[in-house]
Design a protein around this ligand. Sequence first.
Ligand code: SF4
Length: 341
Amino acid sequence: MPVSEAYSACVLSCPDMCAYVVTVENGRVVRVRGDPRHPYTLGRCCPKGYPHVLRTYHQHRLRHPLSRNETGNFVRIAWDEALDETAEWMREAKKRYGPQSVGIYSGSGNDGMPPRLAARFANAFGCRMMPGIVEICFEGPYEGARSNVGPFPPHELSDCVDSQCIVIWGTDKFESSLHTKQVIQQAIDRGAKLIVMDPRRTPHAKMADTYTTIRPGTDAALALGIANEIIRRDLYDHDFVNKHVLGFEEYRTRVAEYDKERVSEITWVEPDTIEKIAVAFATHGPALIATAPAGMNHYTNGTWAARTVHSLLADGVEEPCLRQNASGHSETSWSEAWATG
Ligand code: SF4
């Protein structure tokens, strides 16, 4: 029985896109396992990935294009027919209403080349991707984050290992993000502090240095309250702000309206906790904010909430209140830093 190995990747709706080693027997996939040579996923897949073999050969899996007939039922058609029909619809729409009348949407499954190729195709046709190349449940907050920091996420996951202060904001990275969880743990093992805001007491919340519940839907107010404390205490990086931040004076004016007492009323987060988070974030950098855009997308101002949360990235600094040890890490305790502030 000929057995061979091939290389592939998970195509589920997940940005991690685990690399696979696929075992094939007699032309049929019999097993998938993580590829340990892949630098990001390191051979570890989640339980959704391993049953790919069952999914691939499941009798109900959609394998052919379908077209709705005059009775309203779907009937199988050939690939050429499906492509011709789609092209004709698009040509007709472009002729009658212009290219922008066509929208192309691609989900995040296989979050690598396919959505990007779809974006290139949309560009060549003259229409837009709707609304981007990730899930609908992500897009609003992603746009909010992008407005502030450009392409999002702004850095590689492996960079998180160097974080000294990790803020997990409204997401359960422990149970739902296998690879992020590992990197966060590595950072904690190297001395990073952990702050968690979440209405639920997640596993990371239980091990956090600072944990607070938050009234759902008030993330933007909490971010403004943290920024208020950072600016009031003059803990932000002036050089960075001068060089890289647009609209800081307007931001400062707006943020000044959100002192910790007012924010506490809105968010149900204790004023002392707001203060503590602000000081830790601003003085124990490099800091990292791990958010779940899908969470913030579940209320109407989610895009702006994400934008406000990501504005804090311009506020986090390393220098004030810190004494650097030989390895460059802070020797100042949180309480010390807080008192110094
Ligand atoms: S973490 Fe799970 S769902 Fe995501 S790419 Fe890996 S195997 Fe697939």
